[in-house]
Structure formats: C-alpha cells, structure tokens
Design a protein around this ligand. Structure first.
Ligand code: ADP
Ligand code: MG
Length: 588
C-alpha cells in the first residue's frame, strides 16, 4: 500500500479530514523522501489512542459490520499508520481538545516504540522521515523528488476541491505551492488552485445532487487533468463521469479539447460500491446509466443557458461541429489531416461555418492519449496510413527540382519531379520544415527568442507551475522567457520568433504537454516533444487554400529539409508515384 511518498501523504491527509479538522498544513522536503509532515487541528488522540493507532488493524472507524456499507470516512482498514511506520521513521504528536498536554510517539522499524509527554497545540502532527531508508531496493525504484512534488500538488489540489471547508496549505521546501481559505466556498478554492482568471469564467451547476462549476466551451484544456469528481466528499477517478461530461459538451468543443469541471455529487451510499480499488479512488455506481445521464443533464442545463448568450457574442464562442459529424471526413491520422465538409446546423438556421484556427487531432482514447503521448521517436507502424511499399521508399536525394502543378482539396500540393508525381500534405510538410527550423535555431540563433511588445500575464495552477518550474530550462532553451508575477501568475516576456499572435495560447498548450510527459523524461526528449507541438500549432492547416507563391515557397523549403518525407510524428509528408509505375498502370 505504501508505494511512494504521495501515497503516504494521501493517507495522512485523509486521517486529518476524518478527525474533523478545519486546517491542514503539509510540508514536504525532497519530494517527501526526506520528510512528510501533516499538521491538523482535528480532535486529536490520547496516549491510549496513539498506542492503538500504530497497531495493525486498529481502526477506530468501524463499529459494526453494517458500517462497512455506509462508510463515510476515508480510512477503515486501520493499516496506514503501521504500514508507514514499517518503512520510515514515524513521529506523531497529538493533543485532544480538552487535554492539558500532548503526547509524542516515535517509532522506528528496528527500535522499541517511545512515548512521552510533549507540548503542542490541539490537533495532530504526523511526521514521516526517511521513507524507505530500511528498504533500499524499494528506494531505488522510486521516481524523482520532482515527480513526487507534482503528485503532491495534484493530490492536495483535488482534496482541497473536495473539501472547501478545510484550509489547506502545501509547502515544498520553503516554497508555498498552494493555499486555500477554508471558508467553504468552492469557487474560492477554484480561484486558489487554478487562478482568479479561470474562476471568473466558470459557470455554476446546481441541483439534483450535482453541484459545482464547469468551464464555458471556449475555455478548454488538452487533457483531463482539470476534471475533478467528488462523490459524497470523496475525490474519485471515474471514466463514467468523464463520459457524462463529454456527453454534455458534445458538439460544443472539438474532440481533443476537455472542459474544466469540478463536480460534487451526493449519492445514496447504498448505490455505491466503494473500495473496488485499494486506494479507494474508484467507486462503482450501481445505476451507471442513470448517474451518467443525471450528470449530463445538470451540465447541459448550465450550457443551455450559456448557448443563449453565445449567439449574442459570436466573437467569443465558436460553434464546433461534433466529432461524430466529422468522423466520415477525417482520416485516422494526426493533426490537420482534413477539413470538415460541412458544419452541423445549430439552432435550425444555416450558419456559415468558419473553420476555427485550430486543428483536429485524433480523438484521444480515454483518458489522455494524445498524439504527443505516443512513445518517441515515431508512432507505431500500424498507425501509419498504409502506403504501398514502393511509394513509401523515396530516397531523400530524389526530392528536388519539384514543379508545382496545383493544390488538391485545399490540403495536398501536387507536384512533378523528373516525371514522378508527388502528393505533398501541406500541414505535415510545413510541420516538418518548422520542426527542423526550431531544432536548428536552438543551437545557433541568438535572435530566435523575440520579446513581446506587450508581455502577457498567464495564470497557472499550482501543479502547472510546479511542472514549469521543473522544466524551466527547457522552456528557456525553446525561447520562452517568463517571470514570476506572484501568486500563480507569470509574465510571458519573450517567445520563439515563429509564434504569431497566439503566444499565450501556445504557451498554455505547451504547458499542457508537461503534465503528460513522463516526469523522468530527459530534457532533450521534452524539448523535442515541445518543438513538435509548437511546429504542429504553427503549421499551415489542412483545408486552407494557398496562393501559388506560398506553395512554391513551401516546396523550396521542403527540398532543403533533412527529412522531407515525414512529419515529426513520423507520418508521411509526401507520397511519390514513380513515373515507371504510372506508365505501367496505363499499360504503356
Ligand atoms: P484508518 O484511518 O484506516 O482507521 P490509520 O492507520 O490511518 O487507519 O489510522 C489509525 C487510527 O488512528 C484512526 O482510526 C484514528 O483513530 C487515528 N488517527 C490517525 N490519524 C489521526 C489524526 N490526524 N487525528 C486523529 N486521529 C487519528
Ligand atoms: Mg487512515
């Protein structure tokens, strides 16, 4: 059960919540490997309670067998503290409200337990030092302190969202990573963890046992990191509820974007199976279909009201065609592969559909499998479109002296080279060119990074900020210069010169990748992944009509590219029909 520092932290905080506290302070040193300290102002423990607490199966939380079915508290196995004590140096100082003094208990695996009086305020402080010090093999297989910091920020963020009545504070070393007020206002917690800017835009959901806040369709992320579901005050993972959110936003956001949601559900415990997962993060709903539709309806009501507004302010809200509508027209490939043929008529009237300045990526498989998550360097063989072997095998040297013939379906350039016929995917080709430019510029271009005329303020959640802090050198190398602007905000001062007007959006998209990259990925790998995302964002989209001059410029650049035949993700950027094949097919 004690897999890593973050799992210890979870058990300790849940114990504090069970003890009815209103304040929880968390300190981590070295990602928790050196020290994890959780202090609460809950009802505390007597000396006898303390001795009990560190004995196996000594939970105070089950009084009868039927309690198991109506359990409202977090712990009910009475195993956390003894398991923690077995792999660390544990110290608990606790004082009951009405007791004049506190008691300190210290336990180390090989030594006799010590218990002594101490001075302390009411409540409990649990300190876990040197976790895994006595199990070096396990210590060796642990993630980095940075990864534990990230996990801790995520955990405390979710628990704070689940418990607005509790004031949380998380410090990583001497840095304050997160703080909430505990005044029982969910929107204030959201402001505390995701920033005031986000909180201002969130829309309230209310009624039928579903309450919380959701983002308008125009405010989405490229992963589900900011979807938090809380059932009976317990933060859980739920694919089902994720699908319910998708149901409500279908047709309002594109397939690869995810709204932010913080939803509290009140559900009769008799209709839940908790503990299907050892960490108790998952629950099974007895009435799955009803639950899904309940949540979907609650969200749709909020969004329905929103839609009335959207027609008044068309510049802020974009009507997106649903993935369902587009499926037929989008080949199964990554970004920008095709434009939709038609928009879904919304509200009866035919609306001229403007293709948004954004590209569709492959519909991600739940939970967060976006293209950039595919293991580097190239996607699996079978995800490549099937190209006859001979067409795919183009030697790089053959790629020159192309003469443009035209554009096909506003998506492919058609060109001739030495009698051979080339079809060039304009998005993939441009992506390849930009990618190589970025990678080259990193090495030898002093003017690569351009100061913004008006530096932009960007609000980041503590977890995003944490990831950024860890990757700040990589971002700097890429050409982003940021400054701390206080309490979760950053000032974006300079960006890579290939970025156009959407510096802030691009920056946020890149931050989104950090959450999905293995924390121990090497900097070089991360840099490459960010460069791919950047080139994908900035590249010409499929479905865009190009002028002859633009197409010719593209061909010239492509001829100079080192790997002109594939985009950075490994998809082909061009396919070749050999002259000899063409002749043969016409039986010449
Ligand atoms: P469980 O939470 O499953 O009961 P634990 O090993 O986590 O088991 O804790 C054992 C017992 O110690 C709890 O049942 C509770 O009575 C007591 N305890 C642990 N932490 C605290 C705390 N922060 N405040 C008050 N009591 C606590
Ligand atoms: Mg517990």
């Amino acid at each position: 059960m004690i897999e890593r520092p973050a799992s210890v932290l979870k058990e300790l905080i849940e114990n504090s919540l069970d003890a009815g506290c209103t304040q929880i302070d968390v300190d981590l040193l070295d990602g928790g490997f050196k020290l994890i300290r959780v202090r609460d102002n809950g009802w505390g423990m007597s000396e006898a309670d303390l001795l009990m607490a560190v004995e196996r199966h000594a939970t105070s939380k089950i009084r009868s067998a039927s309690d198991l079915w109506h359990i409202q508290t977090f712990g009910f196995r009475g195993e956390a503290l003894p398991s923690i004590a077995a792999v660390s140096r544990l110290e608990i100082v606790s004082r009951e409200n009405d007791s004049p003094s506190a008691t300190r208990l210290s336990q180390e695996a090989s030594q006799p337990l010590r218990i002594e009086p101490a001075g302390a305020p009411a409540g409990t402080t649990v300190t876990v030092r040197d976790i895994f010090y006595n199990t070096p093999a396990r210590r060796k297989f642990q993630k980095s302190p940075a990864a534990e910091n990230t996990a801790a920020v995520d955990l405390v963020t979710r628990l704070a969202l689940a418990n607005p009545q509790v004031a949380f504070r998380l410090r990583l070393g001497d840095r304050l990573a997160l703080q909430t007020s505990g005044n029982n206002s969910l929107i204030e917690v959201i402001a505390g963890v995701y920033g005031a800017d986000t909180a201002r835009q969130m829309l309230p959901v209310g009624g039928d046992g579903v309450t919380g806040y959701i983002s308008p369709p125009g405010l989405t992320r490229n992963n589900r990191q900011r979807q938090t579901f809380i059932v009976n005050r317990r933060y859980i993972h739920s694919r089902l509820l994720g699908f319910a959110v998708d149901d409500a936003y279908r047709g309002r956001v594109p397939g690869h974007r995810f709204p932010m949601v913080v939803l509290h559900l009140e559900i009769d415990p008799a209709l839940l199976d908790v503990n299907v997962h050892p960490s108790k993060l998952e629950v099974r709903f007895r009435e799955e279909a009803e639950t899904r539709s309940l949540v979907q309806r609650a969200l749709s009501r909020t969004l329905g009201v929103q839609r009335g507004i959207s027609s008044l302010t068309p510049q802020r809200w974009t009507v997106w065609p649903s993935m369902e509508d587009l499926k037929g027209s989008i080949p199964d490939s990554e970004a920008g592969a095709a434009a939709p043929k038609a928009a879904r008529p919304e509200g009866g009237e035919a609306i001229a559909f403007k293709w948004p300045d954004r590209v569709f990526e492959k519909t991600p498989a739940y939970p967060e499998a976006e293209p950039e998550e595919v293991a580097l360097p190239a996607p699996a063989e079978d995800s490549l479109p099937s190209v006859p072997a001979e067409e795919a095998k183009v030697s790089v040297s053959s790629f020159h002296d192309l003469v443009l013939l035209g554009q096909l379906d506003n998506t492919y350039l058609v060109a001739e080279g030495g009698g051979d016929l080339y079809l060039i995917d304009q998005h993939a080709a441009h992506e390849r060119i930009l990618f190589e430019q970025i990678m080259d510029s990193l090495q030898d271009h002093p003017n690569w990074s351009q100061p913004l005329l008006f530096p932009e303020v960007v609000e980041l959640s503590p977890d995003e900020k944490e990831s950024l802090v860890q990757s700040i050198l990589v971002f700097r190398e890429l050409g982003f210069i940021v400054e701390d602007f206080g309490s979760g905000s950053l000032l974006l001062r300079s960006v890579p010169s290939i970025i156009g007007s959407d510096a802030r959006e691009t920056f946020l998209d890149l931050i989104g990748i950090l959450g999905k990259t293995a924390p121990n990925a090497r900097d070089g790998q991360l840099l490459e992944r960010l460069a791919m995302k950047l080139s994908c964002r900035q590249a010409i989209k499929a479905g865009q009509k190009l002028e002859r001059g633009e197409m010719e410029a593209l061909l010239v650049s492509l001829e100079k590219a080192r790997q002109p035949m594939s985009c950075p993700h490994g998809r082909p950027s061009a396919i070749l029909f050999k002259k000899s094949d063409i002749y043969r097919r016409f039986f010449r």
